[in-house]
Design a protein around this ligand. Structure first.
Ligand SMILES: *[C@@H]1O[C@H](CO)[C@@H](O)[C@H](O)[C@H]1NC(C)=O
Length: 305
């Protein structure tokens, strides 16, 4: 009796979470429709948190600091000046829903790893990610586990519907622009300030389907090239490509920790992907550990594909 009560609670919670995800996702779709009709209102919606976005109240805010404007961070073709943007620095203030996103994501990660950290918040998440990295016997295993986590964040039919109905529109450009916006809006709690920008597509056209992460918090906190590649870059590319039908190339820069997402661009074969041939960062604690264990100093091959 008690057990059925519990499982009923759990399943209704699950339904609620699904509804929230669907609502959140389709609000992005709605935002995109606004964008199609009126670029400047879209920009206003995203950057100034006007009615729709504030009613969601989950959207991270970009705080104005100066009135300078960096053309790299223009959201779209609008001629309105966006005053929320200053040269090279966007300040990020976590929104109300960011905590929820973080705990939801961490919960899914913990389910996959089967272990939780005692630390709260982001630090705890990074420890769980480290575990995920250690748990995988091969890099491919780690990647597959991370893809499972990403998939578990969405109700499955939503991904299938997206792939079926939206991914083919406009030769894939509509979906690419949509997910770029959704990423910029909903992932700042994970990566820090980011903004939609324009990228060149393989067909020679350019499209507002890029996201530039200024200084990736995930890389900064995890401090390891291997973690970036195996728990973020490769799984995210695979997830978007195979489960949403949107090709994605991510170009992390291990010098300044920025990262350029290019939706609509397929990743090159791994032999040609520069990011997969980077040496470890000196600050990576795993490198120091491996060096101690092997008693050698020349361990510079990062644990990656
Ligand atoms: C990475 O960032 C540094 C510093 O901003 C820059 O000099 C370098 O060219 C970038 N590397 C790549 C591959 O874009």
């Amino acid at each position: 009796m008690h057990a059925t009560g519990n499982s009923r609670v759990v399943s209704s919670l699950y339904v609620i979470v699904n509804y929230i995800t669907v609502f959140f996702y389709f609000s992005h779709y709605l935002l995109f429709l606004f964008y199609l009709f009126d670029c400047s209102s879209m920009e206003a919606l995203i950057l100034h948190r006007l009615p729709l976005s504030s009613s969601l109240s989950s959207l991270p805010s970009l705080k104005p600091k100066t009135l300078h404007r960096n053309p790299n961070f223009r959201l779209c073709c609008s001629s309105t000046q966006s005053e929320t943007i200053e040269e090279g620095k966007l300040e990020y203030k976590p929104g109300m829903f960011d905590g929820l996103f973080l705990s939801f994501f961490r919960h899914k990660m913990v389910e996959e790893v089967g272990w939780d950290s005692e630390k709260p918040g982001y630090d705890g998440l990074i420890e769980v990610v480290n575990r995920l990295m250690m748990k995988g016997r091969t890099n491919l295993e780690t990647e597959e586990a991370a893809v499972r986590v990403l998939r578990s964040l969405f109700p499955p039919f939503l991904l299938e519907l997206f792939q079926l109905l939206i991914a083919p529109l406009g030769e894939g450009k509509v979906a690419a622009m949509m997910v770029a916006r959704a990423t910029a809006l909903s992932c700042q709690w994970l990566m820090g300030p980011c903004a939609v920008n324009s990228v060149d597509l393989p067909d020679g056209s350019s499209c507002q389907s890029g996201v530039l992460v200024q200084k990736c918090k995930y890389l900064e906190e995890s401090k390891c090239v291997g973690i970036c590649i195996n728990t973020c870059k490769l799984p995210t590319q695979t997830f978007f490509n195979e489960h949403m039908g949107v090709p994605l190339l991510m170009e992390p820069n291990f010098t300044d920790y920025s990262c350029q997402f290019k939706f609509g661009v397929s990743p090159p074969p791994s032999a040609d992907d520069k990011a997969l041939h980077e040496p470890c960062l000196d600050i990576c604690p795993n490198v120091a550990r491996r060096r101690r264990l092997s008693g050698k100093n020349n361990v510079d091959q990062c644990p990656k594909v």
